[in-house]
Design a protein around this ligand. Structure first.
Ligand code: 4NP
Length: 142
């Protein structure tokens, strides 16, 4: 099983999701990417790394990359952090490819909401709470 977590910058939400999910489901191949190009090559945002490290997740080795249409064939499941990500991913879907793209919070107890972007809200712990809850749900669904 190969799962790709996608957000906008690939420096806050999706690397945190990758780190949490790797911890929870080590047998699953997890990766992350951003729909935007601005932070390609950068490590996760400092405050996100710190909030994750406080919960035992080491994100320091991760580096941002941009989502591409090839990812549809490299992964079995693509997880978007919010509805805008989901739309930007779907725009790149190749013909004949049926790889599902689901909202991460579809797996969380309070479905319907999305993972608020802590780059803007500054609520890194709130984002991690949702990411941990959704990760549990995702793991149970596999
Ligand atoms: P992320 O947060 O999508 O959770 O990685 C963002 C980080 C940077 C930017 C946007 C979102 N940015 O526009 O630079």
């Amino acid at each position: 099983m190969r799962v790709l977590f996608v957000c906008l910058g690939n420096i806050c939400r999706s690397p945190a999701a990758e780190g949490v999910f790797r911890h929870l489901a080590p047998d699953v191949t997890s990766d992350s990417a951003g729909t935007g190009h601005w932070h390609v090559g950068e490590p996760p945002y400092g405050a996100m790394q710190q909030a994750a490290a406080a919960r035992g997740y080491d994100l320091s080795d991760l580096r941002a990359r941009q989502f591409t249409s090839v990812d549809f064939t490299r992964f079995d499941l693509i997880i978007a952090m919010d509805a805008a990500n989901q739309r930007n991913i779907e725009v790149l879907r190749p013909a004949d490819i049926t790889t599902p793209v689901h909202l991460f919070t579809d797996y969380a107890p309070n479905q319907g909401m999305t993972v608020p972007d802590p780059y803007y809200t500054r609520d890194f712990d709130g984002a991690l709470d949702l990411i941990e809850a959704a990760s549990q749900g995702l793991k149970s669904s596999l």
